[in-house]
Design a protein around this ligand. Structure first.
Ligand code: AMP
Ligand code: GLY
Length: 426
């Protein structure tokens, strides 16, 4: 099969790495890809949200399966466009992708189907939102309705933070029309976990659990990022909890979406808070989590291409997944300043030495290769640069191995958290 993977992050490198192991994959293309993906796939200079050019490429090259990494491309409706030409593509339609594209849609859907989540109010006017703060218990969570690259959520500890968040989203319009409406919701307490399920519209299979590390600094301090590291499985998700998540969250979502005429296919990702009252949904995403998937895929023993085809062809009911029992840890190495402003173009060294570590994979995110004095250099191009991923028989083993590899890699201004996986040790 000819397979096209859309995107350029660590998530897409992990997907290409896994797909490359499939006996069904004859040739892999990636648009736009990165320096890591380039070693496994033919990279194409097409932007990840340029649906007309991606469609054109898939038609001309007779692509047998397209896999979409980023949410924006899905929310914009690439699946519907490919389906018009009978091209196989893994992911939800535009209407189903609203579970991520509109937080208000997701909250109202959860309310209709009794899916546990924080209480919330919707606002279309910033003054009314600010007035409401006077009656609300702090801390409180302010969320832009639309996509905002993971930056549209503020957990406000005091009134001032909450007001600033409303101004940022609704008045300064930092996220454009994504901030036309906002949600103000109760702040939930507990530990977070990420659960992903592969879905075919009727059935779903949950992938093993994982935990992300959202904040930029150690001990969960500093601003939220796209994710600074992950591990899988997450011991907090006990077998009992897993059953609750299956029956109280995933099942009603898949059934509810089908009943409402928007059957959900592809990956449904539930960001959960494990509270004293049980698991509650913080958000839905309609694609693989990044960096979570970098810690999940190395543990999946089954062929990913077979699974994706089963999702598209509605055959998941006949499938069971097999997992490597080892723990997997992924540490994200980022550019100094991320998630704010950062510099790019820094040469990365030590990648070959890091890769020599056993049971370690270095996934690339913001990297590209360039020729300098007849030598190929790998340079930084983004905020999140690498996802160094290691497997171990215990979580401690996996952590140690991963950090050993991390310490071999250098670039100017690099940053990483030192406490990825520590929560799982407790
Ligand atoms: P979201 O993009 O909605 O998952 O929000 C990003 C992050 O904000 C989450 O991973 C949580 O750390 C935090 N968050 C979102 N909603 C809540 C909530 N209701 N209570 C506490 N923290 C939240
Ligand atoms: N790591 C969080 C996300 O993929 O949205």
């Amino acid at each position: 099969m000819k397979i096209l993977v859309i995107g350029s992050g660590g998530r897409e490198h992990a997907l290409v790495w896994k797909i490359a192991q499939s006996p069904r994959a004859d040739k892999i293309f990636s648009a736009p890809g990165n320096a890591g993906i380039q070693q496994l796939a033919s990279i194409q200079d097409i932007k990840q949200d340029d649906t007309p050019s991606l469609l054109d490429f898939a038609r001309k090259n007779k692509i047998d399966l397209t896999v979409v990494g980023p949410e924006l491309t899905l929310v914009n409706g690439i699946v519907d466009e490919f389906q018009k030409y009978k091209l196989k593509i893994f992911g939800p339609t535009k209407k189903a992708a609203k579970l991520e594209g509109s937080k208000i849609f997701a909250k109202e859907f959860m309310q209709r189907h009794n899916i546990p989540s924080a209480d919330f109010k919707v606002f279309t006017n910033s003054q009314k939102a600010k007035d409401c703060l006077k009656e609300i218990k702090l801390p409180v969570v302010i969320k832009a309705d639309g996509l905002a690259s993971g930056k549209g959520v503020v957990v406000a500890q005091d009134l001032n933070d909450a007001q600033e968040a409303i101004e940022l989203i609704m008045e300064k319009r930092s996220f454009g029309s994504s901030g036309d409406k906002i949600i103000i919701e109760d702040c939930l307490k507990g530990e977070e976990a990420s659960m992903l399920a592969i879905c075919d519209g009727k059935d779903f299979i949950m992938l093993d659990s994982s935990q992300d590390h959202k904040r930029i600094f150690d001990r969960d301090s500093g601003p939220n990022t796209g994710g600074m590291g992950a591990y899988s499985p997450a011991p907090i998700v006990s077998p009992d909890l897993l059953e609750k998540i299956r029956n109280e969250i995933f099942k009603p979502v898949i059934d509810g979406m089908r009943e409402e005429g928007n059957p959900f296919k592809g990956i449904l990702y539930a960001g959960l808070m494990i509270t004293n009252e049980g698991p509650k949904v913080l958000e839905f995403n309609v694609r693989f989590g990044d960096p979570e998937i970098q810690a999940i895929l190395p543990r999946l023993k089954d062929d990913l291409v077979t699974l994706m085809l089963a999702s598209i062809e509605e055959r998941l009911d006949a499938i069971k997944l097999n997992w490597d029992n080892r723990f997997c840890v992924c540490v994200v190495m980022s550019s100094n300043g991320y998630p704010g402003r950062y510099e790019v173009g820094k040469e990365i060294s030590g990648l070959d030495e890091a890769k020599k570590e056993q049971n370690v994979i270095v996934f690339h995110s913001g990297t590209k290769s360039q020729l300098s004095e007849n030598k190929t250099q790998i340079i930084t191009t983004g905020g999140r640069v690498l996802g160094v991923t290691g497997l171990g028989n215990t979580i401690k083993d996996a952590i140690d191995k991963t950090y050993q590899a991390v310490r071999k890699i250098h670039f100017e201004g690099l940053h990483y958290r030192n406490d990825i996986g520590q929560k799982a040790l407790k």
